[in-house]
Structures are given as structure tokens and as C-alpha cells.
Design a protein around this ligand. Structure first.
Ligand code: IMP
Ligand code: MG
Length: 372
């Protein structure tokens, strides 16, 4: 079952849920998996209550749809602003890795950054929004410019991985070890692509290897096959499980943490994982596991949020809408007045999201900018 980082008031959570949804009055239908997930989420929020100091969020499918960007959502952005105003660190811990290039993460988090600007947060409050990219490899935080623009700038490595801290230090991982793992992952994925007749593309970055739909160009290369537009869940799971098998066969030759997962539209192998990302944040910020909550959508054996579970309590959601709903409970049990979340009039103004249709779009897989 894994570590429980807090006591869980499951009976109280059930009573609250049952009061609204009358589960115990049902005669023909037993509690479903999703209902149990909701009750455990609620119990976790009740347990942490006002002790919460750090909330980490997965990106894709938790704050925005897979491959999408943070949208003009007053509820979601408003609740995150309320947490920051109350002194809580809010961090996006995402597998998406674009090195330390703040402009790429700014594209993905656009709606949230615009909300920070519209809300007129002071510099100290604004910098409580932190981004951990590539699972645990790249750390950036918000900085306000003199004109009041919210930018994402790298945090100096000595600050979050310095000798004075006893947390994980991914920057110090030996290059030959990461290369060994990336080579294995790439070879395994290439072999799977042939074996499963996938019309896919394999991407290699500094600390990850990914498989994405190959597009029309791959139809001629793999005349009988599938996946040019969409790779099947079953195929992606198979690719991920084969990489896991390959890595396990290597035994102690794999010396670093890693994460192989099915991202819904793609499959990835990253050096590092979210347990390392959350642990590094906790050490740097001086926050205990029992004062942290991670919110994510991927808790199956082929998911990547499940790793965070080793370092803190988690809320398992299935969409940004559910994240929004859970945040209502988090604010309630933390005793935080929802100035932005509950405002009658929109204090963030009309311009929370992008003001004009973008002419440059970013490929969420690679971070490449394309003019349209
Ligand atoms: P998360 O759900 O926020 O952890 O993001 C996972 C998604 O990020 C993947 O499904 C990919 O679409 C995208 N992504 C972009 N770059 C990377 C990478 O380097 N490693 C893993 N996922 C990546
Ligand atoms: Mg996700």
C-alpha cells in the first residue's frame, strides 16, 4: 500500500460524502472505484487541514488538458492565488522538460501567469509559484519585472542543490550514467516500435526519451501499421512495460532514479522522477512530507505521479475540473479565505487568459516554436 504520511479520517470523510451523495441509501449499486477515490481524497485534505505549506501539481490533465496550456480559469487560478496569498508554496511538478528555458514553460502556464499579473501580487507572493520541469531536473520560479510582467526564471542550482542541503542533487548525477540509461531506453523503444508496427517518432532530450505519434510522414515508412495520429493506449503501455523490464534486467547497473510512463498520447522515459522532484522542493523550502500535498492524474503502474506518493500525500484526480473541486475543499479545511476563488465579481479582470489568438504555437513534446 505504501507509506501513509498522515492519519486518514476515512470515517469522517465517508460521512461527509455520504451526506451529499447518499451512497449508504443505495440498494442496488455498490460504491464505485471513483467514489472511493473521492472519499480518500477528501480524507487526505481533512487530515492536512491548515498544516499545508506546499502544494505540488502535475501539469498535463491536472492543470490543463493533455498537451494543452493553462486556460483562462478563474476558479483554478483563483484558488492557487489564494493559497499563495496565505503563504503556501504552489509548484507545478511536471515531466515536461524544456531545460531551463523559462519561455517554454511560460507558454504552458500562460493563464496562471496572467492571473498573477491581474491580481497584482507583490514580488514575494508571486515567487511562491515554482515550476519543477523534467520530473526533478529543472527548477524555475516566478519573478515580476519592473513593468509587472510575471516571468519564469531559473533558480540557481547552488540555492536548491547546494552543499548545505541534504536533499537530492540531480545536477550532480554522472553524465555517463544518464547516457547509459537513455541509450537503453532509446534502443528498447526503437525495438518496440518495429515489433508493434508503430508509426511513431522517437525524441531524445538531455534527460528523457519519448515516443510520440509520427504524423503522415511515417505512413510511407510503415505501410502496414498504426499510430501516425494517435498511439493506442495498449501499445503505449506495452512500450512502457518493456522499458521497465529492460531496466530491471540491468540490476545495479541502473544507479539513478528513473520513470517510464504512458502520458496518454505518448510514452516517456525520464532520468529522475517526481519523488525526487518533491523531495528536492521539500528540502529546499523546509517543508515536511505531512505538510505537502501532490495532485495528479497518473497513479497506475504505468503512470508518473505515483512516484510522488513516496514523498507526500496525494490527491488522485482525473481532470482539471476535479482539481478545481478539490481546491475548494483544500481552502475550506486550511481555513483560507478565498478572496480570488470566491469573489462575486472577477477581481482578476477579463484578461486572465491570452488576450489575442497566438500566432506562434509551441510543440508541447519538443518545445519547438512554430509560426502559424
Ligand atoms: P505531466 O503530466 O505534467 O507530468 O506531463 C507529462 C507530459 O509532458 C507527457 O505526456 C508529454 O506529453 C510531455 N512532455 C514533454 N517533454 C517531456 C519530457 O521530456 N519527458 C516527459 N514528458 C514530457
Ligand atoms: Mg499528468
Amino acid at each position: 500500500m505504501g507509506t501513509l504520511h498522515t492519519l486518514l479520517p476515512v470515517a469522517a470523510a465517508f460521512a461527509k460524502y455520504d451526506k451529499k451523495y447518499a451512497i449508504s441509501n443505495r440498494r442496488c449499486v455498490t460504491p464505485s472505484f471513483n467514489e472511493i477515490r473521492h472519499i480518500l481524497n477528501l480524507a487526505q485534505v481533512m487530515a492536512i487541514g491548515s498544516k499545508v505549506k506546499l502544494m505540488t501539481f502535475d501539469g498535463d490533465q491536472t492543470l490543463y488538458s493533455d498537451g494543452g496550456n493553462f486556460e483562462n480559469s478563474r476558479e483554478l487560478a483563483g484558488a492557487m492565488l489564494d493559497l499563495m496569498r496565505a503563504g503556501v508554496y504552489v509548484s507545478v511538478v511536471t515531466a515536461a522538460g524544456y531545460g531551463l528555458d523559462g519561455s517554454k514553460y511560460e507558454v504552458r502556464l500562460d493563464g496562471m501567469l496572467r492571473a498573477i499579473e491581474s491580481a497584482g501580487l507583490d514580488a514575494e507572493t508571486a515567487q511562491r509559484l515554482i515550476v519543477m520541469g523534467g520530473e526533478c531536473n529543472y527548477l524555475l520560479r516566478v519573478q515580476l519585472t519592473q513593468e509587472g510582467k510575471a516571468k519564469l526564471v531559473p533558480v540557481a542550482s547552488e540555492e536548491w542543490q547546494g552543499d548545505h542541503l541534504d536533499g537530492p542533487k540531480p545536477l550532480h548525477w554522472p553524465e555517463e550514467d544518464t547516457k547509459f540509461m537513455m541509450d537503453l531506453a532509446q534502443n528498447s523503444m526503437t525495438a518496440s516500435a518495429t515489433d508493434l508496427r508503430l508509426r511513431c517518432k522517437i525524441i531524445r532530450k538531455a534527460r528523457s526519451v519519448g515516443m510520440i505519434p509520427g504524423g503522415d510522414a511515417m505512413v510511407a515508412t510503415v505501410p502496414v501499421g498504426h499510430g501516425s495520429k494517435k498511439l493506442k493506449r495498449e501499445a503505449l503501455d506495452e512500450v512502457v512495460l518493456r522499458v521497465m523490464e529492460t531496466f530491471r534486467e540491468q540490476g545495479s547497473r541502473i544507479s539513478l532514479p528513473w520513470c517510464a510512463f504512458n502520458g496518454g498520447r505518448d510514452a516517456w522515459v525520464d532520468v529522475g522522477d517526481k519523488s525526487v522532484g518533491v523531495a528536492a522542493l521539500q528540502t529546499w523550502l523546509g517543508v515536511e512530507p505531512s505538510e505537502t500535498i501532490h495532485v495528479g492524474d497518473q497513479f497506475l503502474n504505468v503512470g508518473n505521479d505515483i512516484k510522488a506518493r513516496e514523498r507526500c500525500p496525494c490527491l488522485w484526480i482525473t481532470s482539471p475540473r476535479e482539481t478545481e473541486k478539490m481546491l475548494v475543499h483544500v481552502l475550506e479545511y486550511a481555513g483560507i479565505e478565498g478572496e480570488f476563488r470566491y469573489a462575486q465579481e472577477d477581481p482578476l479582470g477579463a484578461g486572465v487568459g491570452p488576450t489575442a489568438a497566438p500566432t506562434v504555437v509551441m510543440d508541447a513534446f519538443t518545445g519547438e516554436m512554430k509560426t502559424i
